[in-house]
Each structure stands twice: as C-alpha cells, then as structure tokens.
Design a protein. Structure first.
Length: 75
C-alpha cells in the first residue's frame, strides 16, 4: 500500500492528464498528423528547446530514432 501523499500526487496527476486529454486531445492528434505527413513526405520536423524543455527534443531525436527526419535546435 502506498502513502496518502503518493495517492494525492497520483490523483492530481490523473486529473491534469484528463484535463489535457479533454482540452488538447484534438490538437495533439493534429500535431502528430502534421509531423507524420512531413516525415513521410520527405520533409523535416523542426524541434526547439532551451533549458529543461530541451529534454522533449532530445527524447524525440535521440531516443525515438527520428534522426534524419528532425531538425533539432538546442540552446
């Protein structure tokens, strides 16, 4: 069994994720569609990140293996 603090944390995270799904789900799907069309059309996906936000760019370029289909600008 987990502590009350852990339960509260997970409950709050689930609420935030549900809100993102409900308010931004269609936008996320559209962004994925645009990226997919660009990659399969021989284009690039331009990614930008500074500070801690660069982690998302690194995740897409380095871990997901889209090298050659993405242009990363890390500051």
């Amino acid at each position: 069994m987990v502590s009350d603090s852990v339960e509260k944390y997970i409950d709050q995270a689930e609420k935030i994720l549900a809100q993102i799904r409900n308010t931004q789900g269609k936008n996320i799907e559209r962004a994925a569609q645009i990226c997919t069309e660009s990659i399969f059309g021989g284009g690039l996906v331009h990614l930008f990140g500074t500070g801690h936000s660069r982690i998302l760019v690194e995740e897409m370029i380095l871990r997901q293996g889209i090298v050659g289909t993405g242009f990363d600008l890390l500051a």
